[in-house]
Design a protein around this ligand. Structure first.
Ligand SMILES: [Zn+2]
Length: 246
């Protein structure tokens, strides 16, 4: 794990592959960093099975993207790409990160998803957080469970209408800048590798189309849909904020 100070962060964002987090909730994370929140990203794999870019290149790209977002640390759990599964062994590999950073909130991937690793990461992140709260699972650290998990989709929302959409109008351009750090992954005519689903021009353009669609649903320029598996507590009704426009 990185040498950065490691306790009581606001958010631990867990993706299956480098770039998942930027696609899924990069706008939100940048917004939180700008508010002074402590945000850490954990990539479960290094994306070494991808058709473009090797593990070293993808790690360099992930570090560059982390610098653009301004997160305080980015970690790699080094679980096997294309073999993520919600097993005891893989849960135990994630628990030390949750206990080290003690996040108030975990952001994780939503399911179902066309990529099996994403669906596995959904259950794996949720269940690792649960078991992290059991003191008889010994990692040499105090037990800790993040009180809340929010879920996001990197590509396409397959779970139906989201309960919330985050306004990312002010951070969308920085999210795209973070994504451009993944030179081997997305549309890049200079890159010599084979074409993939996410390297197409259509996928790249679709990132903005989705953000505009979700922004349009809440009356803003850009948005990121957010899912939960438990009800959200509101102590103020949106629409009745002090100073809200008529
Ligand atoms: Zn992925």
């Amino acid at each position: 794990m990185s040498e950065t100070k490691k306790t009581d962060v606001d958010v631990l964002a867990i993706g299956a592959h480098p770039d998942d987090i930027e696609l899924a909730c990069g706008g939100l994370l940048i917004k939180l960093v700008r508010e002074g929140r402590r945000v850490v990203v954990l990539d479960l794999t290094r994306g070494e099975m991808g058709s473009r870019g090797d593990a070293e290149q993808r790690t360099r790209e992930a570090e560059a993207a982390a610098a653009v977002m301004g997160v305080m640390a980015r970690e790699e759990a080094d679980l096997p790409d294309s073999r993520l599964a919600n097993t005891t062994e893989q849960q135990r590999a994630i628990i030390p990160y949750i206990r080290t950073y003690r996040p108030k909130i975990i952001c994780a991937l939503m399911a179902p998803d066309r990529h099996p690793d994403h669906a596995a990461a959904h259950a794996l992140s949720r269940d690792a957080n649960y078991y992290s709260g059991l003191k008889n699972i010994d990692t040499g650290q105090p037990a800790y469970r993040a009180p809340r998990i929010y879920y996001f989709y990197p590509y396409t929302e397959l779970a139906g209408a989201p309960p919330c959409v985050v306004d990312i109008s002010d951070t969308f351009e920085t999210k795209m800048e973070a994504l451009r750090a993944y030179q081997s992954q997305f549309h890049n005519p200079q890159y010599p590798g084979p074409s993939t689903y996410i390297s197409s021009r259509e996928f790249w353009d679709g990132i903005e189309t989705r953000a505009r669609y979700w922004g349009g649903r809440i009356g803003t320029q850009y948005g990121e849909p957010l899912y939960t598996e438990t009800p959200l507590m509101l102590d103020a009704l949106p629409g009745l904020e002090t100073g809200a426009e008529e």
